[in-house]
Write a protein that binds this ligand. Structure first.
Ligand SMILES: Cc1cc2nc3c(=O)[nH]c(=O)nc-3n(C[C@H](O)[C@H](O)[C@H](O)COP(=O)(O)O)c2cc1C
Length: 143
């Protein structure tokens, strides 16, 4: 979804910072469990280089885990340098939820000094098409 949105950001030079789990399905679930329990050892280096300072806009996307995004979100934004005063656009993905986790993200970003200029949730029970993400990208590109 991030790549679909970014494909429409012709007014921006885009840099990605994906937090990726690697390996087979079981290994990835174990990795996610570690993140939820506060063990970020495999992505510690990614956290250490998070700095909003050079960017005009920070776009953050997260899945719904219950009514919240994964804990990685809060940890990443708390550790991000220079978030204060930055423009932020948020998106979420979910199977059922209508975006309560994106609202959680908005409140968290604002509590850490960021200015949320747009937010959107993409919901798909079995599959997420990119149509709405492309539309969201076009909107963000015009801001
Ligand atoms: C631990 C866990 C909890 C989840 N909880 C919810 C939920 O409460 N509501 C919901 O709509 N989707 C929930 N999902 C589905 C994810 O939001 C969905 O998998 C994600 O948005 C799409 O990413 P994927 O295609 O990589 O799975 C959950 C997924 C996981 C792994």
């Amino acid at each position: 979804m991030a790549e679909a949105i970014a494909s429409k950001l012709s007014n921006y030079e885009v840099v990605f910072f994906p937090f990726e789990t690697k390996g087979n399905f079981t290994g990835r679930i174990k990795e996610l469990d570690k993140f939820e329990n506060g063990d970020y050892s495999s992505i510690e280096q990614d956290f250490s280089i998070l700095d909003a300072e050079p960017y005009d806009l920070i776009l953050i996307g997260m899945p719904a885990y219950g009514s919240q995004p994964p804990k990685t979100f809060s940890t990443a934004t708390e550790r991000m340098n220079n978030l204060s005063g930055k423009r932020v656009a948020l998106f979420g993905t979910s199977r059922f939820r209508r975006g309560s986790h994106v609202q959680f993200m908005k409140e968290h970003i604002e509590a850490n000094g960021g200015e949320v200029i747009e937010q959107k949730n993409f919901r798909g029970l079995l599959m997420l098409g990119t149509k709405k993400a492309l539309e969201f990208g076009t909107l963000i590109n015009s801001l």
